[in-house]
Ligand binder design. Sequence first.
Ligand code: 13P
Ligand code: SF4
Length: 303
Amino acid sequence: MSLLDLKQEIQELKEKANALILAHTYQNDEIQDIADFVGDSLELSRLAATTPHQVLVFCGVHFMAESAALLSPEKTVLLPAPDAGCPMADMADAETVREWKQKHPNATVVAYVNTSAAVKAESDICCTSSNALKVIRSLEAEEIIFLPDQNLGGYIAAQVPEKKFHLWPGFCRTHHRVTVEEVEKAKAAHPEAKVLIHPECRPEVSARADFVGSTKQIIEQVGKIPASTFIIGTEMGVIHGLKKRYPDKRFYLLSPGLICPNMKKTTLKEVAAALRRMEPVITVDEPIRSRARLALERMLALS
Ligand code: 13P
Ligand code: SF4
């Protein structure tokens, strides 16, 4: 089947099923182009919870589709690439969270959305990289268990010195591998460029940025900074959207290693197959579902 036929089929199947295609900003270019909405973790969670569409095709990784299923159990949530996981989410498990809670009984548990439903169920509130600071500042607790990303946690902790943080030792393999040498090399190659970096990168890497923020904040920042060249320190998928939105500006990827293999598992073929077969469907069973949903809803109520 030609690419055009495949796109046509997706369009027809989508209309027939009254489905909405959601794509994270790290998805392959062709997936971003056929999606009804492209956004960061927070925007996608919000939309999944509020859209009237009964079928959601989630082009992203497992925890994102799972969050959509938690927020809208009455909807059919399809994950076209069912083996698209998040290695960072796999670094936290519910049993160890329970141990940490026993060790730090006064701490509030804040879970980055990049976690399984079982871990969310053990947590008090969720956050994304877009709203982490707001979520932490909203909490009365003076002690925080932040999981699983040590880099995002450390970045937030530095801005809230009045609270004590217990940081989980997790990290994103894609962002954590960026080195200071790569930043220096990119800056030397493009001295006029502004450097925008995701807080999942190591602190010494983020320290060299002109701006640190989530994917959505990076995209918005390009529109605000009066510069024409940018070095982008997050997953390469973001550059596709940036080029479309700002055709007169130039973008360079901070490191060739900024590719998330799991985000690239979704292809047009899988999207068509998922719509044709109405599977794989992502669901979450009780009692995990209600507890995990509460942590997500507390976050959404704040942002
Ligand atoms: P966001 O900026 O969308 O929170 O992305 C972080 C990420 O790595 C998603 O997997
Ligand atoms: Fe997980 Fe990192 Fe990939 Fe995001 S970019 S899905 S945090 S591995």
